[in-house]
Design a protein around this ligand. Structure first.
Ligand code: KIV
Ligand code: ZN
Length: 389
């Protein structure tokens, strides 16, 4: 793998689909998988095959249809899970088994009533089982965000020795601060002797709104895979948002990183996922929200109309969004009003706009947004008053 290439591991169909109300049938999953492949994701986590016959079928169908991306199935550190995942992935051109176990003391004691040593042995064992079916085995250390770094390094060294070629360091509960998550990845880079034999993966949840920042801190520290979902869907407050990490990496070229994502497809696919999962995107969501390229305050509108780069760091075309919008509200200014009148075919000089602006404000104070129909009626009334005078 090239030094600066960051693999995009999409888990919309697994972690994203776990969200209440977002469940998909096989046809829907297959359709989205093909679009994720067209988007350029490197790995598609297609499901958790042992969880239900429907999910098994989805992973099987996706394995048959996807030709370029790696297709991955999730398992617990349980032999039967791994056998079922391998069976569902048998048609995949590039199959990956994603197996693992909780490594924080909290998970070890409360979930498994076990010890660090026993969990270490189970981690090694599950990787070995998975390697019987494929060379591409990814190990996840669940709750790595709250796992003691020294113990985590021990587990990661052992699973790489057992045959894992990707090691996933999930911040399962979205607990870490970006500097802490970055330091955790750096600790592994510096303290796991065989780390050069594996790719480190970031899997960050968004419980404190830090999933994207943590994933970026991870790749700055040396990770080369990010696990993420379209629209940031995922358990609880969600996962790292694919569109955000991809655009951060694209925007900040000085990081020396890149992905293979075709960014013009980001907005169309965001809408498709939102429609298919019946999960609306918040309007102020970065990159794909309906307000991501809308300008409504007078100061911003004036700057934007002089030079779009004053208030936009990426263009809507670059991410396949609709053109930038000048939205008129009671906070808008004269430049924006003149611009919108012009777009509607009205030619007014500065004095006209001064008078019209007061009329506009009366309407704007009474509603959230002033629409084209309101503007036309303000303009026509003004023109007939001028004609009568
Ligand atoms: O959040 C998490 O830890 C996970 C693992 C199963 C990879 O989703
Ligand atoms: Zn997760």
């Amino acid at each position: 793998m090239a030094a600066g290439k960051v693999d995009i591991f999409d888990t919309t169909l697994r972690d994203g689909e776990q969200v209440p109300g977002c469940k998909l049938n096989t046809k829907e999953k297959l359709e989205l998988a093909l679009q994720l492949e067209a988007l350029g994701v490197d790995i598609i986590e297609a499901g958790f095959p042992i969880s239900s016959p429907g999910d098994f079928e989805s992973v099987e169908q996706i394995s048959k249809a996807v030709k370029n991306a790696t297709v991955c199935g999730l398992t617990r550190a349980v032999q039967k899970d791994i056998e079922v995942a391998a069976q569902s992935l048998r048609y995949a051109v590039r199959p990956r088994i994603h197996t693992g176990i909780g490594t924080s003391d909290l998970h070890i004691k409360s979930k498994f009533n076990s010890t660090r040593e026993e969990i270490l042995q189970r981690a090694i064992q599950c990787v070995k089982w998975a390697r019987n079916f494929t060379d591409d085995v990814e190990f996840y250390a669940e709750d790595a965000g709250r796992t003691d770094n020294e113990y985590l390094a021990k587990v990661i060294e052992a699973v790489i020795k057992a045959g894992a070629s990707v090691v996933n360091i999930p911040d399962t509960t979205g607990y870490c601060l970006p500097y802490q998550y970055g330091e955790k990845i750096a600790y592994l880079v510096n303290n796991v002797p065989n780390i050069d034999k594996a790719v480190i993966s970031c899997h960050c949840h968004n419980d404190l709104g830090l999933a994207t920042a943590n994933s970026i801190a991870g790749v700055i520290a040396g990770a080369r895979q990010i696990e993420c979902t379209i629209n940031g869907l995922g358990e609880r407050a969600g996962n790292t948002s694919l569109e955000e990490v991809v655009m951060i990496i694209k925007q900040h070229k000085h990081l020396g990183l890149y992905t293979n994502i075709l960014t013009e497809q980001l907005n169309p696919l965001s809408r498709k996922v939102s429609d298919t999962m019946r999960m609306p995107v918040q309007p102020n969501k970065a990159i794909v929200g309906s307000n991501a390229f809308s300008h409504s305050s007078g100061i911003h509108q004036d700057g934007f109309l002089k030079n779009a780069q004053t208030y936009e760091i990426i263009t809507p075309e670059e991410v396949g969004a609709d053109s930038s919008k000048i939205v008129l509200t009671a906070r808008s200014g004269r430049s924006a009003l003149a611009y919108r009148f012009q777009n509607l075919g009205f030619q007014f000089n500065r004095n006209d706009v001064d008078v019209l602006y007061n009329e506009f404000l009366k309407v704007a104070d009474s509603k959230k947004e002033v629409e084209d129909a309101d503007l036309s009626s303000i303009a026509k009334k003004y023109q007939s008053n001028v004609a009568l005078a």
